[in-house]
Design a protein around this ligand. Structure first.
Ligand code: HEC
Length: 184
C-alpha cells in the first residue's frame, strides 16, 4: 500500500515534470522561431498531435472486431492455458465435479445456473431460461459482476480480447456436440 502510494506520488511528480518540460520546449519552438510562418506551423503540429492522442485514447472503447471475427482466428490450445485461471474453481471434464464453481462441460449452449448439484446465487438462478451463447459468455467473463449483478463468481474478469477469444474456443471443445461460432 505504502509503495503503491509512493508510486502514485512519484508518477504524478514525474508526469508534472514532463508536462512542464514539454510545454517549455513547445513554447521555445513557438516563440523562438525566426519567421512568422514557422510560428503558425509549430502550433498546427501541436494541435494535430493533441487530436491524434485523443483519438487513440478513445479507440479501445469500441471493439475493433466482431466476436465472430475474433473467434474465427482464436486458438483453443492457447485457450486451454488461459483456462488455468478458471481451473482453481471450475472443472471442465465430462461428468467432472463441481468445485467452488460449477462444472463447465457443455457450458456453451447450456442454460444459466442449471448444473446439477451446484448452489447458484439467486442472480444466476434467475437466468435459468437463458442459454449461454458466445456473446453472453464473452460479456460475463470480461466482467462477471458487471454482467450479472449479484453473481457469486469471485473473479475480477479477463480483460484482454484475445485471451477471451482463445478461452471461448477452448470452452467450445468441452462438449460432445460443439456449438459453432457466430458468423464473423
Ligand atoms: C474464485 C472462483 C472462480 C473463478 C476463478 C472462476 N469462476 Fe466461474 N464461477 C464461480 C462461481 C462460484 C460460479 C457460480 C456463480 C453464481 O452462482 O452466481 C461461477 C459461474 C460460472 C459460469 C456460469 C456457469 C453456469 O452453470 O451457469 C461460467 C460460464 C463461468 N463461471 C466461467 C468461468 C471462467 C471461464 C473462468 C475463468 C476465466 C471462471 N469462471 C473463473 C467461481 C469462479
Amino acid at each position: 500500500m505504502d509503495s503503491f502510494e509512493f508510486n502514485k506520488i512519484a508518477g504524478a511528480v514525474l508526469g508534472t515534470a514532463l508536462l512542464v518540460f514539454g510545454l517549455n520546449e513547445l513554447s521555445k519552438i513557438i516563440y523562438h522561431a525566426p519567421e512568422p510562418e514557422k510560428q503558425g506551423f509549430a502550433v498546427e503540429v501541436a494541435e494535430a498531435a493533441a487530436t491524434g492522442e485523443a483519438a487513440a485514447d478513445a479507440a479501445p472503447a469500441a471493439p475493433a472486431e466482431s466476436l465472430g471475427t475474433m473467434l474465427a482466428s482464436a486458438d483453443a490450445t492457447k485457450g486451454q492455458a488461459v483456462f488455468k485461471a478458471c481451473a482453481a474453481c471450475h472443472d471442465g471434464s465430462k461428468g467432472g465435479p463441481n468445485k467452488v464453481g460449477p462444472n463447465l462441460w457443455g457450458i456453451v449452449g447450456r442454460n444459466h445456473g442449471v448444473h446439477e448439484g451446484f448452489a447458484y446465487s439467486d442472480a444466476m438462478a434467475a437466468l435459468k431460461d437463458k442459454p449461454w451463447d458466445y456473446e453472453a459468455l464473452n460479456t460475463f467473463i470480461a466482467n462477471p459482476k458487471g454482467a450479472i449483478k449479484g453473481t457469486k463468481m469471485g473473479y475480477g474478469g479477463l480483460k484482454k480480447d484475445a485471451d477471451r477469444a482463445n478461452l471461448l474456443a477452448y470452452l467450445q471443445t468441452l462438449s460432445d456436440s460443439p456449438v459453432p461460432f457466430p458468423a464473423p
